[in-house]
Structures are given as structure tokens and as C-alpha cells.
Design a protein around this ligand. Sequence first.
Ligand code: GCO
Ligand code: MG
Length: 402
Amino acid sequence: MKIVDAKVIVTCPGRNFVTLRIVTDAGVHGLGDGTLNGREKAVVAYLEDHVIPCLIGRDPQRIEDIWQYLYKGAYWRRGPVTMTAIAAVDTALWDIKAKLAGLPLYQLLGGKSRDGLMAYSHANGRDVAETLDAVEAHLAVGYRAVRVQSGVPGLDKVYGIAPGGKAYEPAQKGLPQETIWSTEKYLDHVPRLFEKLRARVGFGPHLLHDVHHRLTPIEAARLGKALEPCRLFWMEDPTPAEDQEGFRLIRNHTVTPIAVGEVFNSVWDCKHLIENRLIDYIRATVVHAGGISHLRKIAALAELHQVRTGCHGATDLSPVCMGAALHFGIAVANFGIQEHMPHTAETDAVFPHDYRFENGFLLPGETPGHGVEIDEALAARYPYDPAYLPTARLEDGTVWSW
Ligand code: GCO
Ligand code: MG
């Protein structure tokens, strides 16, 4: 069997997505997500100029061999662009293999380890009152776990908050926006928010919070400690994870569980944190961490250290990634939770899929493959529209992590 064609499809049904479609001489094709928010065209060029020419003529059934060939063969290893491109190929090849077998992908990964994937949604509000209402609305539609972000008094634009109660979408059209950040204002606000929240909803629902890389280790330790009485499911990205020993300092001070890894792209980013038991959940996912093949290795290492998965699932990961992540999550032994930020109706129409949300859980479908397709004619009606994630500065003008 041979790969006879491969094509990159870029579409913007509200936000930009990059999709790789691999075609075989067996009449079967596969899809992989290759979206890297704000840097989409770098992956497109990597695939079109450097990967696709090397794929034509290869046997699509040799998934691991092609993975190793693209990783080792490039000489320049790792990095978000490379690993997203490899992920797109790998996901498409798993899709093809499952279609050839006539099985939903999770059957090839060992079959179901559970009945459904507990999902967490995003509740946000401009102030405490609006945030509390938003959390209740998410619980009312069945979520058992909710990530909570709120506006901070004295700060104009804060990560995770949408203007006017709309669904939050971090990337903005045009050049990157600048936002102003104050750690002091944030640290004063967040513990009070969660105290009020627990008083309102009790301890039944799981509550999560994303710090989004903006604290130093000692500040994160203070926040984790202050939040202990509120028993969070996790505190995410408490500090930039390049400084991995910083997590030991956080760990030494708090039992609030820690989730990290949405910007990781290989097992080498995860190794120290997992082996030293510095985190509880690993957030790497299919599209940015080398595809199903590589994510399985990350999860296997995590399993040895009782770290569970918590795959990134923001709207900048396309339905193709979500479909693949659900097949992975239902099969893997150490699943923890799955992020769920529903896509817009326009995006769902471009990417018809068979996964669904039911009663707080996400469920992959039974269609052979990962169950997500692309309507190319519809996709072509939404041309690429440049958009960037915002940037952040401290109140004195110093560039900070957004
Ligand atoms: C999350 C993430 C996202 C990222 C986004 C960047 O936890 O879902 O932090 O909101 O900011 O995916 O592209
Ligand atoms: Mg996050």
C-alpha cells in the first residue's frame, strides 16, 4: 500500500485551522490536525515544503517507522512547529489504519478503559457575581468539572475573560494585542473568588483554575496554599515550565494538585516533572505533542508515576484533534480529565464528527477511524485570516508571560 497524495487545508470558520489529508492507493484517506495558534503558516510550510514530498510512495501502515523517519530524519528535533507537523501526519495515519481495519481508533489502542471521558468546561465572568452565575450555568447543562476564570479588579483585559459574556476565544484578528498584568491584584482576588464559589456551589463539583504561566514559583506556592481549603481539582500552569525545578518549590508548600504541559511538545519536556513527581496531570495533547504515537509514550511514562492525563482541548485545537484525543483518552489507563471548549457551529459544520457530549462526559463515536472528516468545499469558503494571541506587560511596561 502507498501514500499517493497529501494536501494541507487551511480554513478559518471563525478561527484558523490547519488540516492534513493523506490519500492512499487503497482508496482510504486520513486526517490530522496541524493547527499551531498564531503560527499556522509555519506548520503549513513545514508540511508542504519538507514533509509531503518525503511521504509520497511510503507505506501508510508503517506509522512508527514514518514517525521515527520524520523525527530523526530531519536532524533538527522537537519544537512546536516540527512536532505539530509530525502530529498531523501521525494522526492521519492512525485514522487510515483504523479505517482499513473497519474499527473505531480506540479499538486499536487497546479498547475502552472507561465508558466516557469526564470533561471540564470554561466558565468566566467579568466580576465575581457574573463568574458565579456562569459556573452555575455550566453545572446546569451537566458538567461535573468547571474551569473558573474571572476578571480581576483594576485590570482591564485578563486571560480567559470574554467581553459581554461571549464564549472566550484568545486569538484576535490583526496584530497582537497588549494587555496589562498585576500579580498583586490577581493574588488578592483569586482566593476570595473560590471561597465565594465553594459557598455557592458546595464541594460536589470539581473546580479548576488556569494561572496561565504568570506567577513566579514562590507566588504560585502562596496561591496554591491559599486555595487549599477550596480543594481545587487542579491549578494549571502555575509558573512557566521552562523552569522545571521551580515546581519543586511549589510542591514543597502546597497540596493543591498541579497540571502542566499544554505547550509541551515531547516526552523530554515532561520527563523531569513526571519522574520527580512535581505534577499531577499532564496536559500534552495529540496535535502539539507528536500525535497519538508520541502521546502514548508520554502517558506511559506518566502512568508509572501516578500522573494522569488532562489533555488540552481549547478551541484552537481542531475537531480533528478532539476526535483523536477522545479515542486516546477512552483507551489510556491513566486518563484524568478532558478539557472541553465547544467549537462554534461554523467550525462543527466544516468538520463533521461523531463524538458527543452527554451528561458531563465526552464520548468518541463508533465510525471507523477517529470519526472526524472535513467538508473541503465549505472549508474553502473561509480563507485564512491572520490572528494572534495577546501579549502582556506589567504595569511598569515590562514584558510578562501572557
Ligand atoms: C487552556 C489554554 C488555552 C490557551 C490557548 C492558546 O487551558 O485551554 O491555556 O486557553 O491559551 O490554547 O492557543
Ligand atoms: Mg491552559
